[in-house]
Design a binder for this molecule. Structure first.
Ligand code: ARG
Length: 289
């Protein structure tokens, strides 16, 4: 956007310069008229919000070869910003401490496939939900695991502080040494490949994406109806009603005009389950199958 306003400025300045030339040619003795550029109201600069995202969670957020942060979440927030009239700067932010960065004011929003939970709602505010999710298990292709309860006696990898961590902690027990916690989900999945853990539990979109894109069919996914339905929301600092309002207005607009569906299809190939439908009755996202 700043490019557009720069171009506009140059256009106005160009007109002003031409005007000066003309008046200079026509009536040489008169003082040049004041440049109109000074009077032209400068377009108000757009507000730039800083977004924190743990960009190791494809296809929601990851870094491409050029180091740019890309993904479903990024496209959704960019589209929201375009509708609501603000700009966003995405900053790769480790999951550990990502919510603290909101509280500290280092980030204005967090978009990071964040599940809206009652506990998190105590310390931050969430936009309306924009994606339905659930946990999904990744195991080696020859694994005997067929359901979540089968993980009870196995070594399970999770990303620290995620809803996957929560689910596994509940099943294996708070003090279980079989829970292997990693600072990112890719690290947990690498450990699965290396044989250091027997399973990884994480969001279905991410586990599905990993297993599908892993050559050689080394892994498979196992779903379980016992996993509670989850919904992603964009988090802001508690009380930031201004930004929350913009996010919700923009989200409603991109859902209404088909932009959301286009972004969804780009990443998941299928029509979205209505993100605002009651989570319990919403069909599982395509990526889990
Ligand atoms: N949805 C899960 C949660 O909120 C995991 C999100 C992890 N996101 C990420 N970018 N690493 O706990």
């Amino acid at each position: 956007m700043s490019k557009i306003s720069t171009r506009r400025f140059l256009q106005i300045a160009g007109l002003a310069a031409a005007g000066l030339l003309l008046s200079a040619c026509g009536k040489k003795e008169e003082a040049p008229a004041p440049a109109p550029v000074a009077a032209a109201p400068a377009p108000a600069p757009m507000k730039v919000y800083t977004a924190g995202t743990d960009a190791a969670y494809a296809p929601f957020e990851s870094q491409n070869e050029q180091g740019q942060i890309v993904g479903f979440d990024i496209d959704v927030v960019q589209a929201i910003a375009a509708k609501a009239g603000f700009e966003v700067k995405f900053v790769n932010t480790p999951w550990e401490g990502i919510f603290n960065s909101l509280a500290q004011g280092d980030r204005d929003l967090v978009v990071s496939a964040v599940t809206i939970t009652e506990e998190r709602k105590q310390t931050m505010d969430f936009s309306d939900p924009y994606f339905d999710a659930a946990q999904l298990i990744a195991v080696k292709a020859d694994s005997k695991v067929t359901k979540f309860a089968d993980l009870k006696k196995l070594k399970v990898g999770v990303q620290t502080g995620t809803t996957g961590d929560e689910a596994v902690t509940k099943l294996l027990g708070k003090n279980s040494t079989n829970i292997k916690r990693f600072e990112s989900t890719p690290l947990a999945l690498t450990e699965l490949a290396a044989g250091g853990v027997d399973a990884v539990v994480a969001d279905n979109g991410v586990v599905g994406h990993y297993v599908t894109n892993n050559p050689g069919g080394q892994f498979k996914t196992v779903s379980d109806a016992d996993f509670v339905p989850e919904q992603y929301g964009i988090a802001v600092k508690k009380g930031n009603a201004e930004l929350l309002g913009l996010l919700n207005t923009g989200l409603a607009a991109i859902k209404a005009d088909g932009t959301y569906d286009q972004i969804y299809a780009k990443y998941f190939g299928a029509k979205p389950a209505a993100a605002d439908a009651p989570a319990a009755t919403a069909p599982a996202p395509a990526a889990s199958r």
